[in-house]
Design a protein around this ligand. Structure first.
Ligand code: FES
Length: 127
């Protein structure tokens, strides 16, 4: 057993597990996060997917020691990620309006806001 530091959904955790334990087991059994699920256990179905530093990985085949110190986001952490992304583009639109930036940029920013809304809570397939 080894003590490993994990950062999951913005919160820091220390777990005492075998370094080769799949991340999925640690998330579900040690941290009580049931968003990632066990499906195939072979990196084929995606049921166990989480974000690692913003990139999707399959937690069923990822040893927990390989992700220590990196930012892990599970399904439970997606609303905060959505809010952060939306806030960034809202701020960009506000700054563009205040600075009197060329109106040609407005449709670009508004389209980004719409696409975030489609993927965020209550929108798209995430609903
Ligand atoms: S459980 Fe199917 S990809 Fe991980």
């Amino acid at each position: 057993m080894s003590k490993l530091a994990l950062k999951v959904n913005g919160k820091s955790h220390t777990v005492d597990v075998e370094p080769s334990t799949p991340l999925l087991y640690v998330l579900r059994n040690d941290l009580g996060l049931h968003g990632p699920r066990f499906g195939c256990g072979l990196a084929q179905c995606g049921a166990c997917s989480v974000l690692l530093d913003g990139k999707e990985i399959r937690s069923c085949v990822t040893p927990v020691a390989a992700v220590s110190g990196k930012a892990i986001t599970t399904l439970e952490g997606m609303p905060a990620l959505y809010a952060k992304a939306r806030g960034t583009f809202e701020q960009a639109l506000r700054l563009a309006e205040e600075a009197g930036i060329d109106e040609r940029f407005r449709p670009f920013i508004e389209r980004r806001l719409e696409s975030i809304d489609e993927l965020g809570p209550g929108g798209g397939s995430a609903a």
